[in-house]
Design a protein around this ligand. Sequence first.
Ligand code: F3S
Length: 423
Amino acid sequence: MMAIQHTLQLTPEEQAMLRGEDGIAVQRAIEIVVALARIYGARRLVPIASVQVAGVSYKNLGQAGLDFLHEWAEQGARVCVPTTLNPAGTDTERWQALGIDPAFARQQQAVIEAYTAMGISPTCTCTPYLVGNVPQCGEHVAWAESSAVSFVNSVLGAYTNREGGPSALAAAITGRTAAYGLHLDELRMACYRVDVHCPVESVSDWGALGYEVGRQVQTGVPYFFLHDSRCSVPNPAALNSDPMVDRLKALGAALAASGAVALFHVHQVTPEARQVQRLRSDALHIRINDLQAGYLALDTGPREIDLVSIGCPHASTREVALVAEAVSGRRLKAALWLTTARGTRESMHTEVGAIEAAGGKVIADTCLVVAPMEQLGFRTLATNSAKMATYAPTHSGVQVRFGTLAQCVDAALSGQWPDRTQA
Ligand code: F3S
């Protein structure tokens, strides 16, 4: 069978960029966008409304990555659409209190300065939608960071592929991305129907569900029917305080961690599952009767807990408030790191004060997966995030317990992982 070759049509403006008329930095960026368009058979490029750039931690980027950014910035690379930044390898202000090596902190700062020189907002968060980068339903964007991609596609109804670091940056410099994959309506149809016949309540339940379904569907688009759970339609104007948003953020992060899911639909909940029929008639069927498989796969560590991690993806103001309420006036035995966006941290003095008075840390700009945790001596970790539980053993060299927020708070207070029935 002969492969069909689609011709890529570029606008006069895009052709001028390719000829170098907007400078070498733009030419380099459009060459990346066009190369991807050709690889994926796109017929055109599409203008984008915003970008989320990943590849920020010096732990992953190294000196070669930093040199690459410096060179592009020195050639005059500047973003032309609102662009936010993923977490870095450390809290940029309180790295000393975390025990981060000064040389690492310096290199990390240089990475952030290189991005800032290009006009990127140094938000350093994986939940940019909680601090102002909130695309409209139906808008095209170019986002990196798997959990943010999953959220913005599924919960906000914007259109993005799962961009890599360089491709997201190239999109930000040109204001364009290649129109293929999830930028096309027909590829946003679900190819799996997932019927869930058990209650899905806590954030960790949603994560356990996402972990198991992601493992089964890999890159597919699942369409969930939650037969035994009370779900509400998320409110895009109140993303920080809506419990449904926290649940869907956990679901999307887990789907993207155990599989590579970039879009999911929840019947009568997510925008495209309310407006149009997004389920293919030949969809494969998955039935979930309980959440045990996800919990059993992720909850494997010993009883003693060194460190408790909350805020993966970065915590909403509601999640910070819940932790503050649970530990207020008490004293923690294990370390507790609550990771969130700097803007969130700075807006919650009372809650942050309560958590830190108990001995916890509210940390901005980073997370335990991208920070150099191996150097900090933690051996066991407890979390309510299925994504963190998936990545921490390999990225941070720790053994993991996975459960509800109540279990995690209990573990922070006692230094021991409680039985699930006690939580
Ligand atoms: Fe965010 Fe780090 Fe989790 S980038 S999604 S807190 S692994």
